[in-house]
Write a protein that binds this ligand. Structure first.
Ligand SMILES: [Zn+2]
Ligand SMILES: [Zn+2]
Length: 287
């Protein structure tokens, strides 16, 4: 529970509804956002993959998703700015945010993310799973080579960034949490530090915005990217968006105020927000 002073930056552009793995309908998230005084809010369902999963929307539901959020946007337009987004996986060279299929959807914004890595047999494996499952996966399907898996993850992220087709990068070091469970202290290893420094330089050169994702804060006390990279993010002046990645309406603001506190401590004073359809810089303001 946050005990400090609240902030006036009430926005979130990363949330999942019952169209994918979220636990409530989009309208419930919007009502909650209005109740909590949010002025700009985005729904970002997991984009369809070429096959069915329990966490992404199915291809045939794509239009229904677009129509549903669009009508809610209209219905609540006097109370809040609602944005229609999608969190799109970089799966392959053919299926990614830059694919024609996604470029042609009438979305307000797109998040580019990586959740799936190919194992040694070429099968896509979800790395965004519970730590014990992740550890088993690395042993069974990746020859227990966590360093290699981390390298595959960041290389895939870089490939996605090169291809483009999105507005901002989702949880840009997501693998760090599970990698730290597999091998505690891995973030402090020399090769990891070098890799991540080069990675943020790459992001900075690309000009893309990143989100800082507070989804794991309540459970694990950390953000994606990890707080130890905030200094570098500040030095490189990478534009950031503060998102909760909520799967429940009551979590739309979870961890966000703690994150603002941490940003201010690192002298990061502005975030990006959608205002009348455009990404604009907004001062972080404590009430
Ligand atoms: Zn994600
Ligand atoms: Zn997400």
């Amino acid at each position: 529970m946050y005990c400090g002073k609240p902030f006036s930056n009430l926005t979130n552009y990363h949330s999942h509804t019952s169209f994918c793995d979220g636990k409530a309908d989009a309208e419930d998230f919007i009502k909650q956002a209005i109740k909590e005084g949010f002025y700009s809010y985005g729904i970002s369902g997991h984009a369809p993959l070429p096959y069915h999963t329990h966490w992404s929307m199915d291809m045939e539901d794509t239009q229904k998703y677009i129509d549903t959020i669009s009508s809610l946007k209209e219905k609540y337009k006097d109370s809040i700015e609602i944005y229609l987004g999608m969190e799109i996986d970089y799966l392959t060279d053919e299926h990614n945010p830059a694919s024609d299929f996604f470029r042609n959807l009438s979305l307000d914004y797109r998040i580019g993310s990586v959740h799936l890595l190919e194992d040694k047999d070429g099968i896509n494996r979800d790395i965004d799973v519970k730590p014990d499952l992740f550890c088993k996966l690395i042993d069974d399907k990746f020859d227990s080579d966590i360093k290699k898996v981390v390298e595959i993850y960041f290389n895939k992220m870089k490939k996605m960034i090169q291809r483009g087709g999105f507005d901002f990068i989702g949880h840009c070091d997501k693998i760090s949490l599970n990698a730290s469970f597999y091998r505690p202290g891995i973030l402090s290893e020399k090769w990891y530090k070098e890799l991540i420094t080069e990675y943020f330089q790459f992001i900075s050169d690309s000009g893309y915005m990143i989100e800082i994702n507070s989804k794991a804060f309540e459970k694990y006390g950390l953000f994606f990217p990890n707080i130890e990279h905030f200094k570098l993010i500040k030095e490189l002046d990478i534009p950031i968006i503060v998102n909760s990645d909520a799967h429940y309406p009551e979590n739309i603001n979870a961890g966000r105020f703690e994150l603002f506190d941490a940003l201010l401590k690192h002298d990061i004073k502005q975030v990006m927000e959608l205002d009348k359809g455009k990404w604009v810089k907004s001062d972080i303001k404590q009430l």
